[in-house]
Each structure stands twice: as structure tokens, then as C-alpha cells.
Design a binder for this molecule. Sequence first.
Ligand code: UT7
Length: 331
Amino acid sequence: MAVKIIGTGSYVPEKILSNADLEKIVDTTDEWITTRTGIRERHIADDDTATSDLAARAAIRAMENASVTPEQIDLIIVATATADTIFPNTACRVQNKIGASNAACFDVSAACTGLIYAMEIANGMLNASPRKYRYALVIGSDKLSSITDWTDRSTCVLFGDGAGVLVLKNDPESGADSNFVVESEIGANGAYMELLKMPAGGSAMPASHETVDQRLHTLKMAGKEVFKLAVGGMVDACKHILAASGVTPDQLAWVIPHQANQRIISAVAQRLDASPERVFSNIARYGNTSSASIALCLDELNSAGKLHKGDLVLLTAFGGGLTWGAMLIRW
Ligand code: UT7
């Protein structure tokens, strides 16, 4: 029995916000954003588009790519930091929108590491015995523009909206040695919870006139501190799983780090000794799409025919919590 990725899909809203557009909103320059982050533009959803709408559109494309019907899906996991509502969960909304009436549905909250957490959970559930789940949609979807403080130049230039979906299938015909997860590690350190957060809107600080006036329903980040911890956290997790699997960097077809900052991506690649042309980056076009970022990369590579059966791909991410993870997958 082995779990495999049998399809991918993604969706980003049509509207593009360029660095030049941001120059008109806050005191910034295209030059600063490009050199400090690598981002040139990002996609921004309309007011009437929610995280579940992005996810549903990407899920329809992924199911087409995998040649599965909505009714075949047993499990929908949505990784997101921008759920449509605290409850019901976003996965239930996606289920309703795509007609996957047989699926169990829940969300995973691990910020930018959410997709790797969700893949880890889905892999465990699909591989569990007795086998209850055959097909799963693992979704990373975020509408970060909905929690962006458009007066804060240190954060508003970074984020974009989007969704990416992986279709997983438990194939009883395949041997366990062909399971798509070769090795993985997920971790967290809640002592750093203040570094990256949205302060209000939960039970700790419910919405009030004051929380709205003080912009506490928007993302706050201590960028410099997060930067350092992100590089160290992703590199350590990657080194652990490479050592555990006996795979060396030259055997990797692709390294896909979470797309938070081109400087972070390059620093991770350098410390892993990965050859630069094998380190995938599309941050220039999408910015940081949080849970969606790695899935957008995988779908872009898959659609371009740049992933081949048996390819080893190293994924790694870091985000609020703080959380981190790395996963070595076999395509
Ligand atoms: O996805 C979850 C994880 N998130 C991340 O990994 C993000 C990690 N952090 C980062 O990517 C970077 O820290 C930032 C891109 C957020 C900031 O880059 P930095 O090189 O760390 O800049 P900084 O915060 O040290 O700021 C340097 C200067 C400051 O001015 P002074 O104090 O030197 O005069 C900032 O006020 O750049 C200024 N600055 C800007 N200037 C123009 C900050 N944001 C901007 C801006 N435009 N948008």
C-alpha cells in the first residue's frame, strides 16, 4: 500500500498588485521591494472572494488533473491562516462548493508551514490501517490581503493571495517503498508566538471597537527576527531528513522552500549546498502566499512537465507559531 500524489491544481486571482502600485499606497519603492524581497507583483482577491473560493477553484483544477470526481474524495484538509470564518471550517465550505459530499473536512492552522503539516496528516490517515480513506485533497489556501495592514510598509509589500491543491491517492497495488513521503519532520516553538501573529479576533482578544481602531485584526511581524529563525529552522529540518533518508543534495530534482523572501530562499539553498538551478522560486510573481506557496510551486512545475516519476523533491517551510517543517517526497 502506498500513497501517491496523482494530481495538482492552483488558482490565483486575476487582479495584480505591482510594486509600482504599492509605491502609491505606502512609502516604499520598487527598488527596495525587489532587492530586499525578490517580489515584483502579487495577486489580490476581490472583496467578495474568500479563501474557500480560491481553494475550490484550485481543487476543481486538481481533480481534473488527477481524473477524479468530487464524489470520490474521502478527505479534504485545508491549511490556512485566513479561514473564511473561525467556524464552520473552510474545508466544509470547499466541500460544499465542489460537491465532494463524501469527504470528511477539517482545517489545519500552522500558518506558512500549514501545507507540510497537512501533507503529514493526510499521509498518516491514508496509510492507516484499516484503510478508510482512498482519495484526499490537501489544500493550501490563503487570502492574506484580508488581514494585511495596508498602512504598514514592512508587511504589506510581502503578501499575496492564492491556493494550491494536491490530490493524494492510496494505491493498494503499490508497495510501501513507493510511498510519496520518503522522510519528513514537523516542529514548532510556541515561545516565539509573538513574532508573527494576528492579535485580535479569537477568544484571547475578541473583536471590539478598540481592536478595530488599533488595527489588531491584521498581521504583525517582527521581520528581522523571523528571517533569522526561518533560515535556521528550515536548514536544520532539511538536514535532519536528508541525513535520515541517506539522500544527498545532488540527488534532488528540486528544492522548494516556502516563498517568503528571495533572500531566505537563497540562504537556505546555499546552506544546503543545493545547486541554484534546482531551487525553485516563483516569489517574484506571487509574493508570500503562506499555506499556498509550496503547492503553487509544485503545480507550476507539474504543469510545465518538470516533475518526473521518481524525482526526489525537498519541500521546506516556516511560519507563525513559530512552526516549521521539511518533507522529502518522491514524485
Ligand atoms: O512567511 C512567514 C515568514 N515570514 C518571513 O519569513 C519574513 C521574514 N522577514 C523578511 O523577509 C524581512 O525581514 C523583511 C522583508 C520583512 C524586511 O527586510 P529587512 O532587510 O529585514 O529590513 P528591516 O526590517 O531591517 O528594515 C530595513 C529598513 C528600515 O529602515 P531604517 O530603520 O533602516 O531606516 C525599514 O524601515 O527598511 C525599511 N523598510 C522599508 N523601506 C522601504 C521596511 N519596509 C520597507 C519598505 N520600503 N516596504
